[in-house]
Design a protein around this ligand. Structure first.
Ligand code: F6R
Length: 357
């Protein structure tokens, strides 16, 4: 039930702090440590390479998950769009593990890959919000998202839940291999939950940004580098699907290789700046587009902020920044759609779960 909320999407955005806390609880053992079922962990650590398979928003969560699996658990990881993988399967490693990420657990494109790799005899792990869903039943292992039902067509809390579970999986895999953990994930996830809460308590700011940058435009660009590049791809998808504004999310460094030709007077460009090692470079990109007339909106993280930034999100660990920086982009998409009188919860031409290929 959406209760007093005008839309499920807004309710689900607001649920994200609670979902983050619930996930940590669900994966804590009696000693309070994050843990993953032993057979699942063994399957992850037996793999010489992980192939993440997903569609849409879940694919975007996979892009962040790859960073965790490589940086924390040191397992080479590839991320693939399911509909491409099934007809154009890459050369596989000797001992692959497939991780399917699917909110619904019913996505036909992902299932087609699962059927294919099972024929080849490879193991599969499904991350899903729906216990007993097809992708869960047909895989060897399942990790649940614990996000609660997601009703709005535009996925929000499932994206952050997927990233959180992938962070926990990577940490458990790294620990099992005896690697030193660089930070306390339980504590950092608490900081993340509080940071998201700060943002969902500050909705007027994002309504204003949507009004200032997106109320009449026909197109919009999102730019970011490193972890922010993954998030801007999701930001663009969210804006497209509910507000029908043509949007593109791309790597800041790619601007000069083509896209900058599209910048005109007033073109909205939203930049994310949450990563220290690329802060100077993304700032440079913002200046480049501003010099060509773009209407720039920079969302930075505390500690990296500069004068003139449109919004500064609270500081969290850099690797976990996607969990927080995506929230302003969800809210901006929501308000842009509202301002343009779009049906937020049921955008045209879309279904909540896509059970046809
Ligand atoms: C976008 C969105 C879709 C889904 C995609 C995969 O907001 O919801 O892009 O993420 O259709 O769905 P699942 O995760 O159910 O496999």
């Amino acid at each position: 039930e959406k209760g007093t909320y005008p839309h499920y999407m807004l309710k689900e955005i607001d649920e994200q702090p609670a979902v983050m806390r619930k996930i940590v609880q669900a994966y804590q053992n009696e000693e309070g440590e994050l843990s993953i079922a032993k057979d699942t962990l063994d399957a992850v650590n037996a793999a010489d390479r992980i192939y993440i398979i997903a569609c849409g928003t879940s694919y975007h969560a996979g892009l962040v998950g790859k960073e965790y699996l490589e940086k924390t658990a040191k397992i080479p990881t590839e991320v693939h769009v399911a509909s491409e993988f099934v007809y154009n399967t890459p050369l596989l490693s000797e001992k692959p593990l497939f991780i399917f990420i699917s909110q619904s657990g019913e996505t036909a494109d992902s299932r087609a890959v699962l059927v294919h790799i099972k024929e080849l005899g490879h193991p599969a792990l499904t991350l899903t919000n729906v216990a007993g869903s097809t992708l869960s039943r047909e895989a060897n292992h399942t990790l649940l998202l614990h996000a609660g039902p997601e009703i709005a067509v535009a996925s929000t809390k499932a994206y952050t839940a997927q990233i959180a579970v992938l962070a926990i999986l990577a940490e458990a895999a790294g620990k099992a291999k005896g690697f030193d953990m660089k930070f306390d994930l339980v504590q950092e996830m608490g900081i993340v939950a509080n940071a998201i809460q700060t943002l969902t308590d500050d909705k007027e700011a994002f309504e204003q940004i949507a009004r200032d940058f997106l109320s009449t435009t026909r197109n919009a660009f999102f730019i970011g580098r490193s972890m922010d590049y993954h998030v801007v791809q999701e930001a663009a998808l969210k804006l497209k699907e509910i507000s029908y504004i043509q949007a593109e999310g791309f790597a800041g460094g790619e601007l000069k290789h083509g896209t900058i030709a599209l910048i005109e007077d007033g073109t909205p460009v939203v930049a994310l700046a949450t990563q220290e090692n690329v802060n100077l470079s993304i700032r440079g990109n913002v200046k480049e587009v501003a010099a060509r007339g773009a209407n720039t909106c920079t969302i930075s993280m505390k500690g990296l902020e500069e004068e003139g930034d449109s919004y500064v999100i609270p500081h969290v660990h850099e690797l976990l920044a996607p969990l927080v920086s995506v929230v302003p982009t969800q809210l901006i998409a929501y308000y842009a759609a509202l301002h343009r009188d779009c049906d937020v919860d049921k955008p045209r031409n879309l279904a909540k779960s896509v059970t046809v290929e």
